[in-house]
Design a protein around this ligand. Sequence first.
Ligand code: ZN
Length: 79
Amino acid sequence: MTKLVRYVCRASGHQQLSLFDAQAPWSPNPLTLREGAWAYCPIGAQEAHDWEQIADRLIDDLREETERTISAAQSGGSA
Ligand SMILES: [Zn+2]
């Protein structure tokens, strides 16, 4: 099933790709339900989000774009 996302997390500390760390107290889960719609946080944190409401977007589309943005920021930021 294709999911539509209505909220994106813009918290500065959350703009990283989620890493599956067995030591973490929580499992990264980029998608959560928020007020009846899907909300996407790149790192999949559980709290301290800064949600921005967007026009509904396909999760695959949004995730691909976000990962590209994060990768670009990490590899080319200080070059
Ligand atoms: Zn977040």
